[in-house]
Unconditional design. Sequence first.
Length: 222
Amino acid sequence: MTTGGFDPNQGQQQFGGQPHYNGAGQQQFGGQPHYNGAGQQQFGAPPQFDSAQQFDSAQFGTQPFAQPDFGFNPSRPGELLPRLGARVIDGLIVGIPTGVVTIVISLVLGTFLGSVLGAILTAAAAVGYFVFLETTRGQTVGKQILGLRVEGPNGGLPTQQQSLTRNGFYVVAALGGFPFLGFLFGLLGFVAAIIIAVTINGSPTKQGKHDELAGGTRVVQG
């Protein structure tokens, strides 16, 4: 017979199974805390977690992050000569139609007015041609023929502002058709083209001054 949860056969006092005194005279509460033989109360070892409860360093981002790939291969920058060839092709594509229109305007409105309008038309057509194709396709017709493309500073397509900046020297060059001041504009355009060519040739990534001003755009092969 058991009274008050005391089992004489086992020599243990039980309260629903916990706490209890075992045969060694120790009081246990589910194994923690307990009294040892020296009469000291012990609370046992800290709880252990199995492998399912452990978190490795990878879950907290201690592993190095993979760098984003923007598709730019720094070992294949666009070289100077193919880029000049592409500019010549694009110049013919823009220059021939606008030249014809300028001649027609000059015949109708006179040489002076035809020259002014022709210069403005040429500048607008050149900038629009380059900005539209570079920001939508990354390639003008000339660059596509010679296997080149334009990328923004972080890869991908350049923005309109970046493309406008890198092609802004066309405006100066096109204004060379202006009466009287045309010579000055033409000279400035020529100097700008020389600076761009020299900086492209001297750059390990083949980025010209116009690319630098545009925030780091670049021309690559492929």
